[in-house]
Design a protein around this ligand. Structure first.
Ligand SMILES: Cc1cc2nc3c(=O)[nH]c(=O)nc-3n(C[C@H](O)[C@H](O)[C@H](O)COP(=O)(O)OP(=O)(O)OC[C@H]3O[C@@H](n4cnc5c(N)ncnc54)[C@H](O)[C@@H]3O)c2cc1C
Length: 378
């Protein structure tokens, strides 16, 4: 077992750290373009398909670097949905034609992708989706309403899970699901519509919005994986996403830890620094513990996937723990500042709001606990 980083990995981390700082200084609407120009959207995509061909452990390290300097968790979430939720999925299950058509553009950020899976009646339970993918002579006709879609209005292609009318029915709903890649530009006019971004508590940069598909005609090339294999395809996408989507949080937690240490040393009450109170020092020590345990789980999950293993449970553990750790640490961080931490200008209330979202997207803690329990044979 080797816990060290190679000079090449450190160089990627440092490059992404600098890129994160550049994006942080840019206007919110420019940040994704800065990330794309700096190569952040193609890191693990094969070189011959326009990426850098990095392994997933190094990709996670790169996103840790981005998160250390870019405070806009929403835009990093959207970059993650694009790269981990769709581009990696395409690299794994897409046909050569689909990969050639999309991956170079996705890697450069010339086209943006996102996951459009959640519906009003199916968030945690993908098997309950009602969006319908009717078979036609040419391929499929898609109709349905998706919601809470990250980067909905900026996406050029949506990864959609829909009911295909195949065998399954009420007794085995998961059997009738098909995964589709829905390009916005070639869809008939008006058949794909993204709504206005929702007023979410945090992660505003992710621009969550509904997307509706109304009689959207798709060719055979839209099919991802086999017909009826939508559930399995969705699980592959979610495994990549869960393993990697919170890697940026490691950098954010590291930054918050450094700032908390500095504050506790400098803030003097009654003639001595608050760091001398064990209650304060222990809270910060717990922040360190949460950061390091999150690191171990995120890098472990990325490593499992690099080995070509399924990594479903490891990815669930990584996302579950990192989300929980980020939220607990954001709360502790705010509490050690007293009243100053409660001011919006401190950035700490919005860090709590952002961290709350991390516990919901890509599977809630309950859903992830269920995956881990099943893996344990429960
Ligand atoms: C910031 C953010 C970004 C998102 N991005 C996307 C995106 O890009 N694409 C997309 O498709 N969706 C996205 N979502 C939606 C997200 O995936 C869903 O909100 C999430 O899966 C939960 O579904 P739900 O909201 O329908 O809640 P529900 O499924 O209704 O869950 C409500 C509560 O019940 C619990 N619960 C439900 N089922 C079970 C069960 N079987 N066992 C135990 N507890 C259960 C849940 O844990 C939760 O506490 C995003 C959400 C957020 C907050």
């Amino acid at each position: 077992m080797d816990f060290g980083w190679t000079p090449a990995q450190r160089a990627v981390h440092d490059r992404m750290r600098a890129l994160g700082a550049e994006a942080d200084a840019a206007a919110p609407e420019e940040r994704m373009r800065v990330l794309a120009r700096g190569g952040a959207l193609g890191l693990p995509i094969a070189r011959d398909l326009g990426g850098e061909g990095l392994d997933l452990v190094t990709t996670a390290l790169a996103y840790e670097g981005l998160g250390a300097t870019l405070r806009d968790g929403g835009v990093l979430l959207a970059a993650g949905a694009h790269l981990f939720g769709v581009a990696l999925l395409l690299a794994r299950v897409g046909t050569l034609a689909q990969q050639r058509a999309w991956l170079p553009r996705l890697a450069r950020g010339d086209a943006m992708a996102t996951v459009a899976a959640t519906e009003a009646g199916s968030g945690s339970d993908i098997a309950s989706v009602e969006a319908a993918a009717e078979r036609t002579a040419a391929g499929y006709r898609l109709t349905g309403e998706k919601r809470f879609v990250t980067w909905a209005d900026g996406a050029d292609v949506y990864f959609v899970v829909a009911r295909d009318g195949g065998e399954g029915g009420a007794a085995a709903p998961a059997r009738g699901l098909t995964a589709l890649l829905v390009p916005r530009a070639s869809a008939p006019a008006g058949s794909v519509r993204a709504g206005a971004p929702l007023a979410t508590a945090g992660l505003r940069g992710a621009r969550l919005a509904p997307v509706s598909f109304s009689g959207c005609e798709l060719g055979e090339g839209a099919l991802l994986g086999r017909p009826g294999a939508g559930l399995a395809v969705f699980q592959i996408a979610m495994t990549y996403e869960r393993a990697l989507i919170l890697a940026f949080r490691l950098g954010a937690m590291e930054r918050a830890l450094g700032e908390a240490v500095r504050f506790a040393r400098e803030r003097a009450i009654g003639g001595h620094a608050i760091a001398r109170h064990q209650a304060i020092a222990h809270r910060i020590a717990h922040m360190k513990l949460r950061l390091e345990t999150s690191r171990l789980l995120v890098y472990r999950a990325a490593w499992e996937l690099d080995q070509g293993r399924r990594g479903q449970a490891e990815a669930a553990l990584a996302k579950w723990h990192a989300a929980d750790a980020a939220l607990q640490s954001a709360l502790e961080d705010l509490s050690i500042r007293g009243g100053a931490g409660y001011l919006e200008e401190s950035g700490l209330p919005s860090a709590v709001d952002d961290a709350l979202g991390g516990g919901i997207h890509s599977g809630t803690a309950d859903v992830l606990a269920t995956i881990v329990a099943r893996w344990l044979g429960l």
